[in-house]
Design a protein around this ligand. Structure first.
Ligand code: DI6
Ligand code: FE
Length: 412
């Protein structure tokens, strides 16, 4: 018996190696049992007795069905925001003036530390709902605005609770190596000691982190410091990811490859050697066009070389208050096409199949195939290329997580 059968729809399966564009199945049908995809194919190929096989049949009025979107890189949980500071900069205030007034990333750290866990959940829920209303069914959320044991764990607990209340799957990544907090300014090694000796063990023990990340950059952490963080992650059985080569070449992608990282993210300043290292180690490249756009960056990541080397390309929003206040996966897909020259099909794969791979969830999520979770986005479009084409539209008609239809889209 099937719990649910969806008919009168076109399916963009996004299955790897499929011949049809988007792995499409025209006039398809998809059956769900126990939250998983139990049957998928052309409606004409359904078993003759299909009406007796399904407890319920839903007609989708010719909509397109894609895998639920996977936003594999966000900093969704933070206190306050930096819109006023951004306006001040556009009115001519210098970076130094803003920093002297306590602005920048440290203003978000202050607001995040001051917020209770409940307040963080409340502040972040509208952002989660915005993603969901645009088809996201799985989101990765990083810590990294707490920068002390209590505040980092509080952020991860808030992320966990968002996953429990928001009808969206949440994966949590510990990013304590995001910035050196002010109280450690004179002794950054002591802060890395704290991450390695206290925060990572505590997060692992409490089961609050699925992975560990670091910002390997001149204004972040050195490769040697990143190595220490990665070693501690491995000692606690946690996979790693890395903010690599966003502003300069630090050899971060190769470092990530040596540590069998799930992904290396940003990559604007990635070198050919970095591309090669990622390809050999099977590291996913996560492209973040929202940050590139918001920073008015002019050096795009080497997409052609990554593609040629066979590196999987994921795309994500990087939703954060400083460099990418973006809550639309579809706009991120549009930017990936316009700014980085991905094809619309690559952009959608980046938010489905490859986004799932960047989280190590490729066996469970990211394509429409039998045995995978029935996480679906149903779109009122004539062709899947429209998902990356419209700027600002929300053509989502319905959304399923583990086979269950969730919050009314657009109404979030
Ligand atoms: N890269 C970024 O662009 C953001 N973090 C990171 O590692 C910036 C975060 C912020 O400014 O709040
Ligand atoms: Fe980021």
């Amino acid at each position: 018996m099937w719990d649910l059968l969806l008919i009168d729809c076109d399916l963009a399966t996004m299955a790897a190696g499929a011949e049809a564009r988007y792995g499409a199945i025209g006039d398809g049908a998809l059956a769900i049992s126990d939250g998983k995809i139990a049957w998928i194919g052309r409606r004409a190929d359904l078993p003759a007795d299909f009406e007796g096989l399904a407890r319920a049949i839903v007609t989708l009025d010719g909509c397109w069905v894609t895998p639920g979107l996977v936003d594999c890189h966000t900093h969704l949980v933070f206190g306050s925001n930096r819109a006023i500071e951004w306006e001040q900069r556009l009115n001519g205030a210098t970076y130094e003036e803003i920093a002297r007034a306590g602005g920048g990333i440290l203003s978000t750290v202050r607001a995040t530390r001051a917020a209770s866990e409940d307040e963080l959940v409340e502040a972040s829920l509208p952002r989660l709902k915005a993603l969901a209303a645009n088809g996201v069914t799985t989101v990765e959320i990083k810590s990294g605005y707490g920068l002390d044991s209590d505040s980092e764990l509080k952020s991860l607990r808030a992320a966990t609770r968002l996953g429990e209340i928001g009808d969206t799957r949440v994966r949590r990544t510990l990013l304590s190596a995001h910035a050196v907090p002010p109280e450690f300014k004179a002794d950054r090694t002591a802060y890395v000691d704290l991450i390695v000796g206290e925060i990572i063990p505590a997060a692992a023990k409490a089961g609050l982190a699925d992975a560990v990340d670091a910002f390997c950059e001149t204004i972040g952490f050195t490769p040697a410091e990143t190595e220490r963080v990665f070693a501690a992650a491995a000692a606690h059985g946690l996979r790693v990811k890395l903010h690599a080569e966003q502003l300069s070449d630090q050899g971060g992608a190769a470092l990530a490859a040596r540590h069998k990282a799930l992904s290396a993210d940003h990559l604007e300043h990635l070198t050919p050697a970095g591309v090669q290292a990622m390809a050999e180690a099977g590291v996913v490249a996560v492209l973040l066009p929202g940050a590139y756009y918001f920073l008015r960056d002019e050096t795009p990541p080497p997409v052609g070389a990554l593609r040629e080397a066979g590196v999987p390309l994921a795309v994500a929003t990087d939703c954060n208050p400083g460099t990418s206040p973006l809550t639309s996966p579809l706009l991120a897909m549009n930017m990936a096409c316009t700014l980085f020259r991905l094809t619309p099909e690559e952009a959608l794969a980046g938010f489905t199949r490859e986004g799932a791979r960047a989280l190590g969830l490729q066996d469970e999520l990211g394509t429409l195939e039998v045995g995978k979770a029935a996480d679906l986005a149903v779109w009122r479009v004539d062709d899947p290329s429209e998902l990356a084409y419209w700027m600002g539209a929300t053509p989502l008609a319905a959304r399923f997580v583990a086979g269950r239809e969730t919050t009314t889209p657009g109404n979030a």
